[in-house]
Design a protein around this ligand. Structure first.
Ligand code: DQA
Length: 145
């Protein structure tokens, strides 16, 4: 049976393709997820996808993930920068969580340079477009052997 991972998107990422395409690209959310699930499969992983615009829903899903998945690739969107509740949820579960960002968060507004989830994630990847998620999936594959 193949290893299961969760690809998790936070607020506003459902609008990928429409939202600030100069920053986030013009590929729509469904097409991004199809690419990611296909990439995961090529590494022998079964990937599920979850998106929510709500902090509590993301926290509930992180809690559920701990028994169902080998790890999580998480783009927490703007929650990255201030959600201590999501940071605590990541700390509470034992599976690895990889922080990813489409844009280079260090090259934008000053508030985006701070991640409150980075210290509790296994690692962080930022600035490579949709490839950031693929690098995250690859890291999960390698670290959960
Ligand atoms: C983002 C960067 C965040 O600062 C922003 O709030 C997002 C997307 C990214 O993928 O580049 O919603 O996480």
């Amino acid at each position: 049976m193949s290893k299961k991972i969760l690809i998790m998107h936070g607020p506003n990422l459902n609008l990928l393709g429409e939202r600030e395409p100069g920053i986030y690209g013009d590929t729509n959310f469904e097409a991004v997820n199809t690419r990611l699930v296909t990439f995961a499969k090529s590494l022998g992983l079964e990937a599920d996808v979850f998106q929510s615009n709500h902090e509590g829903a993301l926290i509930d899903k992180l809690h559920e993930s701990r028994t169902e998945y080998a790890g999580v690739v998480l783009n927490a969107g703007a929650y990255t920068h201030y959600s201590y509740a999501i940071a605590d949820a990541i700390k509470a579960i034992r599976i690895p969580v990889i922080e990813v960002h489409i844009s280079n968060v260090f090259a934008r507004d000053a508030f985006r340079s701070n991640s409150v989830i980075a210290p509790v994630c296994a690692g962080s990847i930022s600035g490579f477009g949709v490839l950031s998620y693929e690098l995250g999936i690859q890291a999960l594959e390698a670290m959960t052997k």
